[in-house]
Ligand binder design. Structure first.
Ligand code: 2AM
Ligand code: CA
Ligand code: CA
Ligand code: CA
Length: 264
């Protein structure tokens, strides 16, 4: 049906803007901070309030759509049939609490598992990265260039320092070699923003051994629409209903990281 995605896009933008206003207004108020899985895994009343705001509006406007969200206001989904909104109300909660910047609202909208609309909104900078399948990627409404290959020696790779040290999850040594051979490394503390930076060509690759669907859903749609590649660290497609490792990069860079660093 023509116009269906335009309508959904308009509502998504409207709610993301309103979420941004509410988050900025929250800076003037007292935050309630709690921990989740461990002492550095944080959540605030604002994370919960924003996800609840999205869930209420989506359910009222689009009762047939499904919702997957970090803070539990969405649905329990076993399949990706129909239209599914995958939402992270605040991606980079630690930055939100400690720095009051470098966090984002992330929304990915899928139809039968195919990404149709993607948004990453940098609330403090008021910068919206958006994509509609088949129409390219936009930064504050301005079209972005398609991503082109670049050598590792001229690449900036985003990776958290955790994964360059010995850790429980992966063999860190190939990533240490990659970090040495790249032009530089960065770590911003918001997976959604880092994925948006890859889509915008500011980063050449982003690597994380452990993300949830709401961390990467919006950013994945942006990158694929920009001509980049998003898989897990084995080069396989991401599962939108479970945790995944993530390798997101420009074309060429993605193959080189997989072949020269991760597969050996
Ligand atoms: P969050 O802020 O929405 O929790 C931080 O390096 C990045 O990893 C953020 O995008 C953060 O999302 C994400 N992340 C995923 N799982 C996490 C966890 N268990 N603890 C902290 N950050 C996590
Ligand atoms: Ca979290
Ligand atoms: Ca997140
Ligand atoms: Ca979050």
């Amino acid at each position: 049906m023509a116009g269906k995605w335009e309508e959904i896009d308009q509502y998504a933008r409207q709610w993301i803007e309103e979420a941004g206003r509410r988050i900025r207004a929250s800076f003037a108020e007292q935050l309630t901070v709690e921990t989740k899985e461990n002492r550095n895994d944080l959540v605030t009343n604002v994370d919960r309030g924003i996800e609840q705001f999205f869930a209420e509006h989506i359910r009222r406007q689009f009762p047939g759509h499904h919702i997957l969200g970090e803070e539990g206001f969405g649905d329990e989904l076993a399949v990706l049939d129909g239209i599914v909104w995958i939402i992270d109300p605040i991606d980079g909660t630690m930055n939100f609490i400690h720095q009051q910047r470098h966090f984002a609202v992330s929304v990915g909208i899928f139809e039968d598992g195919v990404g149709r609309l993607g948004y990453v909104y940098d609330v403090v900078f008021d910068e919206l990265y958006s994509a509609q399948k088949g129409r390219g990627v936009f930064f504050n409404g301005k079209p972005l260039d398609r991503l082109q290959p670049v050598p590792i020696a001229e690449s900036i790779i985003a990776v958290n320092a955790t994964w360059l040290m010995e850790n429980r999850r992966i063999d860190h040594r190939p990533l240490v070699r990659l970090a040495k051979e790249a032009r530089g490394t960065r770590s911003y503390g918001s997976a959604a923003l880092e994925l948006a930076y890859v889509a915008a060509g500011r980063l050449d690759a982003y690597i994380s051994p452990r993300l949830s669907p709401w961390d990467f859903a919006g950013g994945m749609i942006l990158i694929e629409e920009a001509g980049g590649i998003v898989t897990n660290l084995d080069g396989k497609p991401l599962n939108l209903l479970s945790r995944n490792s993530v390798l997101a990069a420009k074309p060429g860079v993605h193959e080189e990281i997989l072949q020269r660093y991760l597969r050996q």
